[in-house]
Every structure is written in structure tokens, then in C-alpha cells.
Design a protein around this ligand. Structure first.
Ligand SMILES: Nc1ncnc2c1ncn2[C@@H]1O[C@H](COP(=O)(O)OP(=O)(O)OP(=O)(O)O)[C@@H](O)[C@H]1O
Length: 438
């Protein structure tokens, strides 16, 4: 049997500390693979542990198959957890490790068929008589998985099970986990801070920040229609470029988006989506563009819907099959609070910042209005003193394009691929109707 798991306005506070999990509501369908994604400390493990019954729920309700489950003891929830650390019994063989939950369930039952079938599914059938110390990290994590699945629980709760493994093994085991859980058809909640893992594994992904659920959707929805700048910046590699901008909508003249010292003209005939920007006239907004939304090419090669900018090459990030070009276009990146690895400014940068006091005040004010997104913008008309920077825009090019740092290059931006977010970081457009194939 596989379970439906439902959280209704669930919060967790550890003693008097602030919320580790704040008013999370989430439905996981039977047989679904749902990934909880977010930076370190955002409350992912706490959500998982509350579902497992290892943590009390401070407020709100948990339902398992529709039954109120806040007070059901962990042993009666019929769930199996897999942790980051393998935690195998060192003095037991692999056979006994995998069979251990079955022994607890029924000491007299013949465990052999189930243990051998489980080991076969995980490709460790030939390791059953070894001890954990005689296995590699990947093999040990397979055994840990085997122990979780041997008694066929109704749900798997996996807490960063692959994070101790090297990249190659991680990607191999990721594929195996996807296959295995699909084969077993068991509801799975999987915690990770790795967006690549989340996007490749989850039927749906739930993004958390600071204990607050930001967005739940299929990987495609999360990538194509991020609800706010946090999700936009957290999902996708390289990170979405997020630039501070101002909307100019003069009466009787075409609208444009001012990005520092350059501007993006909008067509005279605005799409329904672009009309939504009109009410932002004169306000600061955030423009988001993924690195594939702009290309290095002269205005003469512009296709319909592309507009020209220029940038100065700051840094070339050679990736083998492509190069990521870091450019300075004279605009100012928006700061997204709580991102694990915000884009660093290079040493020597003397760009004016708002300072920690100001940042905190703006952030607090934003949080007071909405519990979710926070973007921090420079105050309007802040004098900009720019020196060396890591650039404000990253663009992909073919690896064979020869560029040198310091050179000015022409850019073409595909206006159809832009995202616009309001001052608090909430998406204004595109609207779902504008994104085909979702
Ligand atoms: N037992 C505890 N007592 C007090 N605070 C705790 C406890 N466990 C977790 N926290 C706090 O709750 C918040 C959420 O922690 P949690 O472990 O759920 O985050 P996470 O997203 O899983 O992080 P990571 O990816 O680093 O494991 C953090 O601020 C953490 O310090």
C-alpha cells in the first residue's frame, strides 16, 4: 500500500526560537515522488522528521491517507527513512542489515526471499555476506536503501541520501532511485539542497525558504514559471540573471525598461503580458533572464523580438562544451535574500551597497507584508560608484567564440524570454498563458 501524505498549515518551533517551519500546507499523492528543495537550514529535514513522527508538530495537522496522524507513534506510521549517513550495523553482514527491519517485524519469518529480492533490485546481490566496512560508499548507501525498502513500507522519506557520495556515483544512484521508486510505486519524499537532483528526480518539487513554502510544481513549472525571485535564482544553472530596473511608460510613447545605463524598448504593440508592466510605471522592478535569453551578436543579426544591448566582458568561464561569459552591462543585480551562494562580488569592487542595517530593514519590511519572497533593491536614485565587478549578466556562448576580457561586445536579448518581478520579488509576468507546453 502506498500513502497520501497531507500537511495542513504545519509549523514547527524549536523551544522559543523562530519558526523552523512556518505554516506549510502540502499534499503528496499516493505513489508520488515529491522533492523538498531549499538551502541549508530552510526546514526541509524538519518537515520530513515531522512526517516520520520524529519531531512533534507545534501547530497544524498531518494526515496520512486522510487519517489525523499528529499523535500516531513513528513505529505505526509504516514509513522508512534513509539518511545522508549510511548508519549500517557494522557487526552485521549486509544480509542481516537488509533483513533487520523484517526481523523486528516478525522474528520467525523466513527473511531470505525478501532480502535476496531487495539486494537484486539494488544490484548488490553478490555482497550479501560481506560487512559494511568491506563496501564502498555507494554500495553502503545501496544497502541503506535496501534496509529501507526490504519491509515494503508505504512511504519512503529520504534525507539527502546521496550527499556523501561523489558526483559520478550520485548521478548513477539518482537514476537507480528514480527507477526503484517507480517500480515499487511507493510515495516518496526526498530532501535535497541540490536543484539538479530535485529537477531530475521529482514528479513535483516543493521549494522552501526560511521555513516558508515558496512554490510547488512540476520541475518544468518551477523552471519556466518561478513564482518569485528566490525560486527563479535557486533553480537552474547558471543562476538566472536578476537585474534591477525601472519601467518607463510615457504617455503616447513606447514603454521601455531602464537597466542602469541601457534600456530595453518594448514594442509599440504590447502583448497582454507586457500590458501588466504598465502599472509599474516609474517603479523599480526586477528583470530576470536566463543565460540563454541573450546572445552575443550585432544588431544587424537581430531576429524578431530581439533588442540590442552591449556589455563589457569581465570574465570567461570555460566549460568545455560552452563558455559562460560574465558581462558588465552597467546595470545592478538584485540581491536575493537567503540564497545559499549569492553571486559574489569580486575583491576590489567598490559598488555602493545598502549596508547591513538598511538591508535588514528592507528585508523586515518586505517580510511584514508577505511571508514569502524577499528581494533587496538599492534605494531609487542611489549614486552608483562602480569599479571592478564580476559582471551583472552571464550569457552562454559556444566554446569556440574567441573573446577577451575588457572587450565590449554587442548583445541581443530575446524579449519573449524575459521575466519581470515586482519590488518584493513576486513574478508579474510571464503569465501561464504565455508559457507554452506546461
Ligand atoms: N533540534 C533542534 N533544536 C533547535 N533548532 C533546530 C533543531 N533542529 C533543527 N533546528 C533549526 O531549525 C531550522 C531548520 O533546520 P532543518 O534541519 O530542518 O533544515 P534543513 O533545510 O534540513 O537544513 P540542512 O540542509 O542543512 O540539513 C534551522 O535553523 C536549524 O538550526
Amino acid at each position: 500500500m502506498t500513502r497520501a501524505i497531507s500537511l495542513h498549515h504545519v509549523s514547527k518551533r524549536y523551544r522559543r526560537a523562530e519558526h523552523a517551519v512556518d505554516n506549510v500546507s502540502l499534499n503528496v499523492e499516493p505513489g508520488e515522488f515529491l522533492v523538498l528543495l531549499g538551502p541549508s537550514g530552510c526546514g526541509k529535514s524538519t518537515v520530513l522528521r515531522m512526517i516520520a513522527g520524529l519531531e512533534d508538530i507545534t501547530e497544524g495537522d498531518l494526515y496520512l491517507d486522510g487519517e489525523h496522524a499528529n499523535d500516531i507513534p513513528p513505529s505505526e506510521r509504516d514509513m522508512a527513512m534513509v539518511f545522508q549517513s549510511f548508519a549500517l550495523y557494522p557487526n552485521m553482514t549486509i544480509r542481516d542489515n537488509i533483513g533487520f527491519p523484517l526481523r523486528v517485524q516478525d522474528p520467525h519469518a523466513d527473511r531470505t526471499p525478501r532480502v535476496e529480492e531487495t539486494a537484486r533490485m539494488l544490484g548488490i546481490g553478490d555482497l550479501l555476506d560481506r560487512y559494511p566496512r568491506q563496501l564502498s560508499g555507494g554500495e553502503r548507501q545501496r544497502v541503506a536503501m535496501g534496509r529501507a525498502i526490504s519491509r515494503r513500507p508505504s512511504a519512503f522519506l529520504m534525507d539527502e541520501p546521496l550527499s556523501n557520495l561523489d558526483a559520478k556515483l550520485r548521478s548513477q544512484l539518482r537514476a537507480e532511485i528514480a527507477q526503484l521508486t517507480a517500480e515499487l510505486g511507493v510515495t516518496t519524499l526526498y530532501v535535497t539542497h541540490d536543484q539538479v537532483e530535485a529537477m531530475s528526480l521529482g514528479h513535483r518539487v516543493a521549494v522552501l525558504r526560511g521555513g516558508v513554502l515558496q512554490q510547488v510544481g512540476t520541475p518544468r513549472e518551477i523552471y519556466a514559471l518561478p513564482d518569485n525571485v528566490f525560486v527563479a535564482a535557486f533553480v537552474g544553472t547558471p543562476r538566472m540573471n536578476l537585474l534591477q530596473a525601472v519601467v518607463q511608460a510615457p504617455l503616447g510613447r513606447p514603454m521601455s525598461i531602464v537597466l542602469g545605463r541601457q534600456r530595453l524598448p518594448l514594442p509599440a504593440e504590447l502583448s497582454a503580458d507586457q500590458q501588466l508592466l504598465r502599472i509599474q510605471q516609474g517603479r523599480q522592478i526586477i528583470v530576470g533572464l536566463r543565460s540563454e535569453a541573450a546572445r552575443i551578436a550585432p544588431p544587424s543579426q537581430a531576429r524578431a523580438g530581439e533588442v540590442a544591448l552591449t556589455g563589457i566582458v569581465q570574465h570567461l568561464d570555460y566549460q568545455g562544451h560552452e563558455t559562460l561569459v560574465h558581462l558588465d552591462t552597467g546595470s545592478t543585480p538584485a540581491v536575493v535574500a537567503d540564497l545559499e551562494s549569492p553571486r559574489q562580488q569580486q575583491p576590489g569592487s567598490s559598488r555602493r551597497t545598502t549596508g547591513p542595517g538598511m538591508l535588514t530593514r528592507i528585508k523586515d519590511r518586505a517580510l511584514a507584508q508577505i511571508a514569502a519572497p524577499v528581494a533587496v533593491l538599492d534605494p531609487p536614485k542611489a549614486p552608483r560608484q562602480r569599479a571592478v565587478s564580476a559582471g551583472d549578466l552571464v550569457v552562454r556562448t559556444g566554446a569556440d567564440l574567441r573573446l577577451r576580457t575588457g572587450a565590449q561586445v554587442p548583445l541581443l536579448v530575446d524579449m519573449a524570454q524575459l521575466y519581470f518581478f515586482d519590488q518584493l520579488g513576486r513574478r508579474i509576468c510571464p503569465t501561464p498563458a504565455q508559457v507554452p507546453g506546461l
